[in-house]
Design a protein around this ligand. Sequence first.
Ligand SMILES: NC(=O)c1ccc[n+]([C@@H]2O[C@H](COP(=O)([O-])OP(=O)(O)OC[C@H]3O[C@@H](n4cnc5c(N)ncnc54)[C@H](O)[C@@H]3O)[C@@H](O)[C@H]2O)c1
Length: 256
Amino acid sequence: MGRVDGKVALVTGGGAGIGRAICLALADEGAAVAVTDVDFAASRRVAEEIEERGGRGVAWPLDVTDNDDVEAVVDGVVEKYERIDILVNNAGIAGPNRPSHEIDEDQWRRVMDVDVLGVQRCTRAVVPILRQLSGGSIVNLSSIYGIVGAPDLPPYHAAKGAVRLMTKTDALLYAADGIRVNSVHPGFVWTPLVEGLARDAGEDPDDYRDQLARRHPLGRVGDPRDVAMGVVYLASDEASFLTGSELVIDGGYTAR
Ligand SMILES: NC(=O)c1ccc[n+]([C@@H]2O[C@H](COP(=O)([O-])OP(=O)(O)OC[C@H]3O[C@@H](n4cnc5c(N)ncnc54)[C@H](O)[C@@H]3O)[C@@H](O)[C@H]2O)c1
């Protein structure tokens, strides 16, 4: 018996990194997974991986900045599976890594559009479905950068801080509907996003990874699966008394 047997999950940004690991873990634990990503080829690869492992996964193209996409995919998933029980708002971008005064409004807005409004668009489309079913679980990917500051990625900090508190507000707003809303706060996890940060900094990837590892008391960076297993917990009925909580998966980064 899987931990999310019989449930239907929609995961954004499921084609790579943490999102891919979340899709695989939810499918391994018995959920049917709508693997969505702006990179449709990537979501198709992950859906195929799920099927090869004996699970149920279907790929959809979905850009979280596009309302029409969001509505079409939610309708499509409901048409196929007749329900959605789990929404994982995972899609996110890091945005420019420069001091605040060197970032223009369009660059700042772009990060907000994907990381903050992307969460709101998908939540808005899925809440009516969850209400009809008398409940469900929404998991929002924030970050350690939504809890503590660091001298880099200013719009990303702003966005992830917003996601942290949007989560708590939605937890309160929808508690009476049986909808649980929780955030996840990973430390640095080795994914294409973080490899991109290394590239932008002009650093050798292995050196960069070692530097990041030293910032975490457990002495390593996270693996996407470390985060995925936290999401499986929050999505499952094991977490039926959790809402508005922030699950920190950071190798001790914020414990100082
Ligand atoms: N990697 C980390 O260290 C880390 C740490 C804390 C939080 N996070 C958060 O976890 C989430 C996943 O991060 P990751 O490191 O796996 O990122 P990633 O860049 O490796 O993968 C993100 C996926 O999202 C997709 N995506 C990007 N823009 C999109 C859009 N507009 N609509 C739909 N899909 C889109 C990409 O195509 C990609 O497949 C993000 O919200 C990120 O902020 C990551």
